[in-house]
Design a protein around this ligand. Structure first.
Ligand code: DOR
Ligand code: ZN
Ligand code: ZN
Length: 419
């Protein structure tokens, strides 16, 4: 055994005292005691599966002044995220097999955690060619950062039919472009008026006609949740839509798509999440530079960072008793692994040893100076969080005592499965 972790571990749906034996990057044994190998006694600390964030926008290539794959994945690691799935609205956008291959080359050897890339779908996309390189596919039905957009039902149906043949998931930004106003905005309230919940509902209704595996990204409204009832789609929520709303006093820092909505929407999402009705927790980490966010509301770009704060804030809510541990582990690790077909996401023999170790007594306020994203701001300054004490990616220590450690060992989850 290369390494044996001893502590309280979340195994088969509950916490218990276990020894976890790691060999060649995988969990090789889970037993009360394991002999041999280097041991790490974690006392009362808790060993959880590393989180899989199914939705980040690292800005590599093309906008690496805002984030690059190194800073983005370092932030991820320090936030307990051992795998990130990166969106295609980089520069150039990852919308063809050759652009995806170029992106892979640009980010190679930069990552602290494992990663998968989404292939962006535009009308007429060569989906078959992109499939071997992509962890999943992405469609924007409403315009946001970048130029990816599909507005016509016929194009959506063609994309869905081709995605279905790949067996992979189509993650969708579900806001109906035809229902978005592009008029002047001075506040989050205006931004919400321009992008109403009805646009989310309309997009979901249009998706219901499609035949492939669909994941609805960042569900943001009570009406959107209701529209999803009975549909065979998976659902993703963000921390910002569950914890912030249009009345949060953060100006353009709270400008994001879909928008922050009403308190009722926020509470409906949070309730759905804590009661286990949401498949996945995603950060939608969208780092924009402070200078860009400091502009007039109308011209400031949309998006908030979150890859380092999402899981730690949820761990603090778990400690408080608001969020059941089994719901959190399911949404941050087990379900994303299932949905995207990754051999990770739970403490089980044969899975990759992606783990985080947390001290449940270590609640601290979030401070931007302690975060690792290049963007240098957070809408969650001062919020309670439990940052992991240690993080392992395939058995390699990447965070120790809450600080980066070891070597960058991240690799592409899709390439790794094929080799
Ligand atoms: O607010 C957003 N920002 N929504 C998106 O869909 C994209 C993201 C970004 O990349 O900045
Ligand atoms: Zn989106
Ligand atoms: Zn996004």
């Amino acid at each position: 055994m290369d390494l044996v972790l001893e502590g309280r571990a979340y195994v088969r749906g509950k916490l218990g005292r276990w020894s976890i034996g790691i060999e060649d990057g995988r969990i090789a044994q889970i037993a009360r005691t394991i002999r041999g190998g280097e041991r790490l006694d974690l006392g009362d600390m808790i060993i959880l599966p590393g989180a899989i964030d199914p939705h980040v926008h690292f800005r590599d290539p093309g906008m690496t002044d805002k984030e690059d794959f190194s800073t983005g994945t370092l932030a991820a690691a320090c936030g307990g995220v051992t795998t990130v799935l990166d969106m295609p609205n980089t520069l150039p956008p990852a919308v063809t097999a050759s652009k995806l291959a170029e992106k892979k080359e640009a980010i190679a050897r930069k990552a602290w955690v494992d990663y998968g890339l989404f292939a962006g779908c535009m009308a007429g996309a060569d989906i078959e060619a992109m499939a071997p390189l992509a962890v999943g596919f992405k469609v924007f039905m409403g315009s946001s950062t970048g130029r990816l957009l599909v507005t016509e039902d016929l194009d959506l149906a063609k994309i869905a039919a081709l995605v279905k043949r790949t067996g992979k998931v189509l993650s969708v930004h579900a806001e109906d472009e035809a229902m978005i106003e592009h008029g002047e905005e001075r506040s989050p309230v205006d931004h919400l008026r321009n992008r109403p919940a009805a646009a989310e509902v309309a997009a979901i209704r249009r998706l219901s006609a499609l035949d492939c595996r669909i994941n609805v990204c960042h569900v943001s409204s009570a009406d959107g949740l209701q529209a999803l009832e009975g549909l065979p789609f998976t659902k993703e929520v963000t921390a910002h839509h569950m914890l912030l709303d249009r009345d949060s006093d953060i100006g353009a820092y709270g400008k994001v798509n879909p928008p922050l909505r009403t308190k009722e929407d926020r509470l409906a999402l949070f309730q759905a999440f804590i009661s286990g009705r949401i498949d996945m927790l995603g950060s939608d980490h969208a780092p924009h530079a402070i200078e860009d966010k400091e502009q007039e509301f109308d011209v400031a770009p949309s998006g908030v960072p979150g890859v380092e704060t999402t899981v730690p804030m949820m761990l603090a809510l778990m400690k408080k008793g608001t969020l059941p541990l089994e719901v959190l582990v399911s949404a941050m690790a087990e379900r994303p692994a299932e949905v995207f077909g990754l051999n990770k996401g739970c403490l089980e023999v044969g899975r990759y040893a992606d783990l985080m170790v947390i001290d449940p007594r270590a609640t601290v306020p979030i401070k931007v100076n302690n975060l690792h994203s290049k963007c240098g701001w957070t809408p969650f300054e001062g919020w309670d969080a439990i940052f992991p004490h240690a993080v392992f990616v395939r058995g390699e220590l990447v965070v120790e005592d809450g600080e980066p450690a070891g070597e960058r060992a991240g690799r592409d989850v899709v390439a790794a499965e094929r080799s």
